[in-house]
Design a protein around this ligand. Structure first.
Ligand SMILES: Nc1ncnc2c1ncn2[C@@H]1O[C@H](COP(=O)(O)OP(=O)(O)OP(=O)(O)O)[C@@H](O)[C@H]1O
Length: 274
């Protein structure tokens, strides 16, 4: 066994779904901003245990789709079903509480805070003791904090960022900031992890590291992952299935090899007019 993951106990919760069963379903979703139709009648699903990529040219509607999934945007039409439960107007904090975590296209961390504290902030939803106890720093709140810190240390080991645990994240190179942001999302122990361009702005080595961590999160923690990514090499390497959007419409959906040979997908990437 890989020494790096020997002590990791962080696992996605047991939600009663068997691997391969549909975890999240997007049905006939449409979303407009004024006159701009960002998403038009899109349907697809995400199955438990898979790495699902959402790809497409710039402006295709990928980030809007992720924002619909985690409740940041509410579609004018269509339904999102998570673990069999239909949700029309779910808020982001409700999505998070139900086991959906996400990272952002542009790193969204507390720049003046350390790696450790940023990842700790991902535990907020898991904290049960109230603010009064936390302020006193004694009794049950103290025990709870120790437990949270242990989880956070496991994540720090897992992501191999021990050497920067005390460093303010604003001082870190971009690739490491992205890794810390992944750590913060993992601190929520999500069942479904949404990653918005996890490799953006990275060099080749950083991309290889991030790919490895994503695969390890999926394999070792059992976390289902949906990711938006522009690097086709990475997408085709690590994804189980790929959904392709173009101008807000779905133009392809299937395993990487099938999607690669889909003529509509090839045309969209070559900029063939519609
Ligand atoms: N908050 C918003 N207000 C108005 N229009 C928006 C908003 N968010 C997205 N759009 C528009 O919706 C469309 C889809 O945008 P979206 O960001 O989802 O695409 P994307 O595929 O993620 O693009 P990229 O790869 O460039 O990040 C675009 O035309 C965009 O300008």
């Amino acid at each position: 066994m890989n020494a790096r993951i020997k002590h990791v106990e962080l696992r996605a919760g047991d939600d009663g779904l068997a691997p391969g069963e549909v975890m999240l379903k997007v049905e006939n979703v449409s979303l407009s901003f004024g006159g701009v139709k960002a998403i038009s009648d899109i349907s697809f699903d995400i199955r438990k245990g898979e790495i699902r990529a959402i790809i497409g040219p710039n402006g295709a509607g990928k980030t809007s789709m992720l924002n619909v999934i985690n409740g940041f945007y509410h579609p004018q039409e269509g339904v999102i079903t998570f673990r069999g439960e239909g949700r029309s107007r779910m808020q982001p904090h409700q999505a998070a509480a139900s086991g959906i975590a996400r990272t952002f296209q542009n790193v969204a961390l507390f720049k003046g805070m350390s790696t450790l504290d940023n990842i700790m902030s991902g535990r907020t939803l898991k904290m049960h003791k109230n603010f009064f106890w936390q302020m006193l720093h004694v009794g049950p709140a103290r025990n709870e904090e120790i437990e949270h810190r242990l989880k956070v240390e496991e994540i720090i080991d897992f992501l191999e960022i021990q050497h920067i645990r005390k460093t303010p994240v604003g001082k870190l190179p971009y690739g490491l900031q992205k890794r810390v942001e992944l750590g913060r999302a993992l601190a929520m122990e999500p069942d479904l992890l949404l990653l918005d361009e996890p490799m953006a702005g990275m060099n080749l080595e950083e991309k290889e590291d991030m790919s490895r961590f994503i695969l390890d999160v999926n394999n070792q923690m059992g976390t289902t992952i949906a990711l938006i990514e522009h690097d086709m090499g990475v997408v085709m390497d690590i994804s189980d299935r790929v959904v392709v959007l173009d101008y807000g419409r779905k133009i392809g959906d299937g395993p990487p090899d099938e999607v690669k040979n889909n003529q509509d997908v090839i045309d969209a990437y070559l900029g063939v007019s519609h």
